[in-house]
Design a protein around this ligand. Structure first.
Ligand SMILES: [Zn+2]
Length: 348
């Protein structure tokens, strides 16, 4: 495991500076208008001083909170600590036990809310950002969603999850609806996915560049070619070797070379009913599928910010799954979504 530092929000027990602007009007001058000592839940401080001020212009009064403190009982630091502790594997019940040992009372409900709030903050944090390249993948874990999986979108730059959606990755309409506002908001121009056809349709409709994960491609093509090596007549064996070589090299005009090979194969009988495909037909299928997707294999070669596999997305999903295994009681989708976001983000 790598060493990570946990940066928690600063919390001040007292705010040394006066307010600079009125929450109600453009006023900039204030009189102190009393104050209070507030008990707070925090791992380091027990109390904080909250002053009230009165605006000289509109005469309204307001509380001026020290950094890390708001109207809630918990400090910002406590909320983040609760969410991160949960992410590391404690149950909501376990969390309240641990914090009690440090003299802080935190209920299961509070811990639950802290995780939700952390997730909302994480998601809101993306709103002001620009993200050019995202990885997308469906995730399936028993006990999450009943029949369909969830869709995970990550920023390829930082490797962190941007959002999770209750969306079936095979439903291209649903994926498009889910992705379109995100594409506009963040300025996304490339998606990295496996080679499901739904992603191709979405990329085309939203006019995105599309990198298909080369691990996925090599896995299924490798399997298909090994099988063909055993079943195909000797006269076609050189084609298997050639296709393998083209895929290994990923040359710019690989699709043209594939089509040239394809033309040397005998005409297809594909489409006749109730018949198994012959080895030659299977080879035709592999070649044509590679050729038609060729541009989507090579985006990484043209754009240095695009990875050639969807590995970073799979890593985030791995973190989510690891956490989900020990979590019981994702009662509803919003709760599940925020749990997955917090789990997938990790410590930072
Ligand atoms: Zn005012």
């Amino acid at each position: 495991m790598s060493i990570v530092t946990l940066r928690l929000p600063e919390v001040k027990a007292i705010e040394p500076n006066r307010p600079t602007r009125c929450p109600y009007c453009p006023g900039e001058t204030f009189q102190r208008w009393g104050g209070e000592i507030r008990e707070v839940r925090d791992p380091q401080i027990r109390e904080a001083v909250v002053y009230r001020y009165r605006c000289c212009q509109c005469h309204r009064t307001f509380r001026h909170y020290p950094e890390g403190i708001d109207q809630g009982q918990q400090t910002e630091r406590m909320r983040v600590l609760a969410a991160v502790t949960w992410m590391l594997g404690l149950s909501y019940r376990g969390l309240s036990v641990i914090f009690a040992a440090f003299g802080s009372v935190i209920s299961r409900m509070t811990a639950w809310r802290d995780v939700q709030q952390r997730a909302r903050k994480l998601q809101a944090g993306w709103q002001a950002k620009k993200v050019r390249v995202v990885g997308i993948d469906g995730a399936y874990v028993s006990g999450w969603a009943k029949t369909q999986g969830v869709l995970v979108v990550i920023d390829m730059g930082s490797g962190e999850p941007i959002t999770v959606g209750y969306v079936d990755e095979k439903d291209s309409q649903a994926v498009k609806r889910f992705l379109e506002p995100l594409v506009q908001q963040l300025g996304i121009s490339v998606i990295v996915t496996d080679d499901l056809s739904s992603y191709k349709q979405v990329a085309d409709k939203l006019r995105l560049d599309h990198q298909i994960c080369q691990f996925h491609v090599r896995r299924w093509v490798g399997r298909a070619l090994r099988e063909l090596q055993q079943n195909l007549a000797d006269e076609w064996q050189w084609m298997v070797a050639e296709v393998r070589q083209i895929l290994a090299d990923l040359p710019i005009e690989g699709d043209k070379r594939l089509i040239a090979i394809y033309r040397q194969l005998p005409a297809s009988q594909m489409g006749r009913p109730n018949a198994e495909y012959t080895p030659v037909e299977k080879l035709r299928y592999v070649i044509i599928r590679l050729a038609e997707n060729w541009e989507r294999f090579r985006v990484f070669d043209l754009r240095p910010d695009v990875p050639w596999t969807n590995n970073p997305t799979e890593q985030v999903i791995g973190k989510m799954k690891m956490r989900a295994r020990t979590v019981r009681g994702y009662k509803n989708w919003p709760g599940m979504a925020s749990g997955l976001m917090v789990a997938g983000t990790g410590i930072k």
